[in-house]
Write a protein that binds this ligand. Structure first.
Ligand code: COS
Length: 383
């Protein structure tokens, strides 16, 4: 057992950090204020391969693995959580689903442009009336005589949908069986297919730079060759994609927490009260020590889940444990960073204010903390 990164992953981490520091950090505050992702930054992320990290080079990917991807998620989210979720939804929820379930033709046609940085992906699962309860989905796809499908329904909180090209959309294709066997995944062209309406960005508390809209499908005709995996196999594709995605969100949480801790330490060294810097008070030292320990524990859980996925081992429960713990750490550490910095921490001028708002969503999206507990307790043979 070796808890250290090898040289190759250390190098990747270094490259991700310098990109994040030089290209993302300087504009993170403005993107949050504007509630819009900077499209020049998006183009740079595409150009430098941030959207294909864990996929094979033969398909246009970066040739790294899920551990390398977790490092990128941590380093980008350390300065801007909106970049983290943009990468996560594209990579885990859209690309991983096609990579693991697509035919060779689908991979060539739809996956290659997504991972070589030509196109952006998103994931249409959550609906206004079906969040944690995926089987409550109401979006339907009806088969036509020529084998194509007609898609009707509405998906909410579709990250990246404001600029994405390709979406993995889940719809009920058979109401006579439970949705776990009656849901099908389709590869949809958001910009090309007729009948798709994309709302304005939904106003949110945090990750405000990320694109997040309601996508409505009104009699959208989807060709037969756009079915991903088997007809009726959509629930499992959604669950597997989310299992993988949760490792990314755990890494994002670690990044947010680390970013807030770094900012808190910098401030506590410079800020004097009662005649000495804040770091000279034992109360600050002990709280900062607790934060560092929590972050390191969250990071190790995240790496453990990523390595299990890379080794082809079961990782669903590990991913849930990592996300449950790391998202709680992100909320705790950012809350403390604001508290340590007092009135300044509460001001928009300092990034911890944004980080505190951003942290909360990690306990909600890609599976709430309660859903993580369902997954973990379900594996414990308690009944
Ligand atoms: N991987 C593969 N298969 C899975 C799976 C997984 N991680 N989890 C469940 N399944 C399978 C089960 O084995 C079962 O298969 P069979 O019908 O062949 O027995 C089937 O799927 C149904 O499983 P289950 O009964 O556990 O499904 P539930 O409807 O009770 O849902 C939860 C379980 C709540 C865990 C699931 O719906 C979930 O993860 N919800 C959260 C969704 C989410 O994260 N949304 C955020 C989206 S971000 S936009």
């Amino acid at each position: 057992m070796d808890f250290k990164l090898d040289k190759c992953h250390e190098l990747q981490r270094h490259l991700f950090r310098s990109f994040a520091e030089n290209e993302i950090k300087p504009i993170a505050k403005d993107m949050d204020e504007n509630e819009a992702y900077d499209l020049d930054l998006l183009a740079k992320l595409q150009k430098y391969g941030f959207f294909g990290i864990p996929f094979p080079r033969e398909l246009g990917g970066g040739g790294s693995d899920n551990l390398g991807y977790a490092l990128a998620m941590e380093e980008c989210s350390r300065v801007d959580a909106s970049t983290g979720i943009t990468m996560s939804v594209h990579t885990s929820l859209c690309c991983q689903a096609i990579y693991h379930n697509g035919t060779p033709e689908q991979k060539e046609k739809y996956l290659r442009p997504l991972i070589d940085g030509t196109k952006m992906g998103c994931f249409g699962l959550t609906e206004p009336g079906a969040g944690s309860d995926v089987q409550g989905a109401q979006t339907v796809a009806t088969k036509n005589e020529d084998g194509s499908w007609t898609l009707n329904g509405s998906k909410i909180f579709t990250t990246n949908s404001g600029f994405a090209d390709t979406c993995t959309v889940f719809a009920i294709t058979d109401r006579s069986v439970p949705a776990s066997r009656g849901l099908t995944c389709f590869i949809v062209d958001l910009k090309e297919m007729k009948g798709i309406t994309i709302s304005d960005n939904i106003e949110r508390m945090g990750i405000r730079a990320a694109s997040n809209c309601i996508v409505t499908y009104d009699n959208v005709v989807v060709p037969a060759d756009r079915v991903l995996g088997k007809v009726g196999g959509g629930f499992k594709i959604a669950m597997q994609s989310l299992d993988s995605g949760r490792i990314g969100i755990a890494a994002q949480s670690v990044g947010i927490a680390q970013g807030a801790l770094d900012e808190a330490i910098k401030y506590a060294k410079a800020r004097k009260q009662f005649g000495k810097p804040l770091v000279a008070f034992q109360n600050s030292q002990f709280k900062l020590a607790e934060c560092q320990t929590l972050i390191e524990a969250a990071r190790l859980l995240t790496w453990k889940a990523a390595v299990a996925e890379d080794n082809g081992e079961p990782f669903s429960v590990l991913a849930a444990e990592a996300k449950l713990f790391a998202s709680d750490v992100a909320v705790q550490v950012t809350r403390y960073a604001v508290q340590l910095m007092g009135g300044y921490g509460y001001c928009r001028e300092y990034p911890v204010e944004r980080m505190y708002r951003d942290a909360k969503i990690t306990e909600i999206y890609e599976g709430t903390s309660e859903v993580m507990k369902m997954v973990i307790s379900g594996s414990m043979k308690l009944k």
